[in-house]
Design a protein around this ligand. Structure first.
Ligand SMILES: [Zn+2]
Length: 342
């Protein structure tokens, strides 16, 4: 009885409040709040512009996407790096204020790097055991690529172990589904991207659309069934594009936001008009010698250091695209709502 009465009162009170709200004119204070919010927004934007200018942010600048293969003590081709070389490659990047992002983060424009720093994308092709081998409890074996990335991250604050692994059916040399799943899930759980490098590593250039879709789609299904991941990016074997470039991005079993090549320059920012998702350049990691005198990593990192205005520098805000006003004509239209020229 008492309970019933109480809840009845509650309903009445609530009705009165609701009626009260509906019948009053809109409070004046709301208009002020709107003006305040606009003023606050303007002040915030001005502060963002000042910060961007202070660090000379250039989010229309170029990003080095580095291409690694095996990390082995006795290199057999110029694609291989020794553990010592690989460690030195990463340490140079850390010292020169690069911060790793994944290929997926790059192509989707989620470039979350502190103000004044530069994104770099580390990519590994062919899923060899030298990149990832785990012991029985999931600890990476010494001198594998993932182990070295973690060591360097521990040594250099601000550096992080982040990279993209473009895998084929080799799946890090694992043969049982359970071991293959362990490898892919470990990568996923530790912030690495698992992406597509086709099933059999054929040159896609001479293949029919059906064959291309089979090569890309079948490994996409394997990756998804093992690790519940739909790849966002692909690297093309030998850097060869299929007859129609779009076949690499879209097929019945896959949707990619970017296809990566095998050479020979830094890549345009995804916010730049020069960005082409069907063919994103990468840089082979090599010293300045022989074929690599000009177009491999040492030469390009030297060039980016000498030409800081050409390099991508972050403003530290993942939700804006900041750049010197002079570069405005290069901004892709689809990003104009995020633009922060200074
Ligand atoms: Zn390959």
């Amino acid at each position: 009885m008492r309970l019933g009465l109480l809840s009845g009162v509650g309903v009445l009170a609530a009705t009165a409040i609701m009626t009260g709200c509906g019948s009053e004119p809109p409070p004046v204070v709301k208009v002020d709040a709107k003006a305040d919010a606009a003023a606050r927004l303007k002040a915030t934007k001005e502060a963002k512009v000042r910060n961007a200018a202070k660090v000379r942010a250039n989010e229309l600048g170029q990003i080095p996407v580095l291409m690694f293969h095996r990390v082995i003590p006795k290199p057999q081709t110029t694609d291989d790096r020794t553990p010592q070389q690989f460690r030195a490659d990463l340490e140079r990047l850390a010292k020169e204020n690069y911060v790793p992002i994944t290929a997926a983060e790059m192509v989707t424009g989620k470039i979350d790097v502190p103000a004044g720093k530069h994104p770099v994308v580390l990519t590994f092709d062919d899923s060899s055991p030298s990149q990832l081998t785990l012991n029985a409890v999931g600890v990476p074996q010494k001198d594998t690529a993932v182990a070295i990335m973690r060591e360097v991250a521990a040594k250099y604050p601000g550096w992080r172990p982040k990279a993209t692994f473009f895998v084929t059916r080799d799946l890090f040399g694992k043969h049982t589904r359970e071991e293959q799943a362990q490898a892919l899930l470990w990568l996923k759980d530790n912030g690495f991207e698992v992406a597509n490098h086709t099933r059999d590593h054929l040159n896609l250039r001479g293949l029919t659309q059906e064959q291309v879709e089979e090569q890309i789609g079948s490994i996409a299904k394997t990756i998804d069934s093992l690790s519940y991941t739909k790849p966002v990016t692909i690297s093309l074997p030998y850097g060869s594009q299929p007859k129609k470039k779009d076949w690499a991005l879209r097929g019945k079993a896959y949707r990619h936001k970017g296809a990566f090549l095998a050479g020979y320059t830094p890549a345009p920012a995804p916010f730049s008009k020069s960005f082409d998702p069907t063919g994103i350049p990468r840089i082979k990691v090599m010293e300045k010698k022989g074929d690599c005198a000009q177009f491999c990593s040492e030469a390009w990192l030297d060039w980016l250091k000498k030409n800081p205005d050409m390099r991508y520098t972050s403003d530290g805000d993942v939700n804006t695209v900041a750049y010197p006003k002079f570069k405005a004509p290069y901004l892709r239209k689809s990003f104009s709502s995020l633009s922060l020229p200074y």
